[in-house]
Design a protein around this ligand. Structure first.
Ligand code: PLP
Length: 378
């Protein structure tokens, strides 16, 4: 007899992460592959992080602070809000799932962008709510005006992803504000700002300041991307005490480990170095985009630490491009798996990583042009 599980699970696909360098070695025999597939930081932990993690190692027989009080207080301080306006999570992904658990029921709806982060459909599927995916606009941004139009009396949650994964499109704060003004003020709005640190627009940070006052707004951020702590699993949300209380009720008791809490606190003590690393990566993003433009390669202009490259010319399918890049030791994501067929998503790495990607793309392009279609623009 097989285990009887909830029929809701049928609709929940498994999350498929980007390929690891070990897998690239096993499958393609590449010794020195560069991983540009998971939007991680190419840099090691910020100064002070390793020491802080080492310092908690001796006490790992004890449970961590279940509230992550010191970390909440530091984040509250950073954003000028009360401690009761901060929630932490085992990555910001956990906060997303908990938000769904706290707000959704069968018969309600959740409105979210598509294509976007793979976890959003789970919020509906896990709670038996109805999913309302809304296509992006032509610039790869969440179409918040269209999303507002899908909010009805059954809607309990609207998820906005800005910058959006996998396109990198950024929603201006004024557009988020319009949506908040337009929809009923008891409908939860979660703005996922996992890639906020890489935004170069002048209104950056304004949505977070709205979270100080709006009772229905939660803004989530993560230590996994710019802060370089993807392995530590820490994210956070800032919003009203009502939002924070709702998530506190459904969260597991000790969901953020002691090492993660220590790492995040230490990283928040190294904001000058963080800034300098972010500046390096955003400058690299602009350089890579410039090189793609010069080579006539299509891409979606990005405000994040990744670029959606393509769609490729009709004669050139993205899947073989993806595979040929892998053979050359450059691991990217096939956009088809991210809801953006005909594209690849590449994370911005160090200058050396990015050159490797650009060189490999040029080589793949040259090879494919000769073989398939002499005039194809990849
Ligand atoms: C848009 C977006 N939100 C949230 C996350 C979750 O990140 P984490 O759980 O590591 O904080 C990711 C990870 O890739 C993401 O792309």
């Amino acid at each position: 007899m097989t285990l009887r599980v909830s029929p809701r699970l049928d609709a929940i696909p498994r999350y498929v992460p980007g390929m690891s360098t070990a897998e690239a070695l096993a499958r393609f025999g590449v010794e020195d592959a560069v991983k540009l597939s998971s939007n991680e930081s190419p840099f090691g932990p910020l100064p002070g992080v390793e020491e802080a993690v080492a310092a908690v190692a001796a006490g790992l027989n004890r449970y961590p602070d279940g509230r992550a009080g010191a970390l909440r207080a530091r984040i509250a301080d950073l954003h000028g809000v009360g401690d009761d306006q901060v929630i932490v999570g085992n990555g910001s992904g956990e906060i997303l799932l908990l938000a769904g658990q706290a707000l959704l029921d069968p018969g309600t709806t959740v409105v979210y962008p598509e294509p976007s982060f793979a976890l959003y459909p789970h919020l509906a599927q896990a709670s038996g709510a109805e999913a309302v995916p809304v296509p992006l606009d032509d610039a790869g941004r969440n179409d918040v005006a269209a999303m507002a139009a899908y909010v009805d009396e059954r809607t309990r949650l609207v998820v906005i992803c800005s910058p959006n994964n996998p396109t990198g499109g950024y929603v201006p704060a004024a557009a988020v504000e319009r949506l908040l003004d337009e929809i009923p003020s008891d409908v939860g709005v979660l703005v996922d700002e996992a890639y906020h640190d890489f935004v170069s627009e002048v209104d950056r940070g304004r949505v977070m300041s709205m979270a100080r006052e709006r009772a229905n707004l939660l803004v989530t951020r993560t230590f996994s991307k710019a802060f370089g702590l993807a392995g530590a699993r820490v994210g956070y949300g800032v919003g009203s005490p009502g939002w924070v209380d709702a998530i506190d009720r459904v969260r597991p008791p000790f969901h953020v480990g002691a090492a993660g809490q220590a790492a995040a606190l230490a990283a928040l003590g190294a904001l000058t170095e963080l800034d300098s690393r972010v500046r390096t990566l955003t400058a690299e993003r602009e350089r890579v985009q410039g090189a793609l433009r010069a080579a006539g390669v299509a891409f979606t202009p990005s405000q994040a630490n990744f670029i959606l490259v393509g769609p490729f010319a009709p004669a050139v399918d993205a899947a073989p491009v993806h595979e040929e890049l892998l053979r050359r030791g450059v691991i990217v994501r096939d956009g088809g798996a991210l809801g953006a067929p005909g594209t690849i998503r590449v994370t911005v790495g160090t200058a050396q990583d990015n050159d490797r990607f650009l060189d490999a793309l040029a080589a793949v392009r040259g090879a494919r042009e000769l073989r398939d279609n002499p005039r194809a623009a990849v």
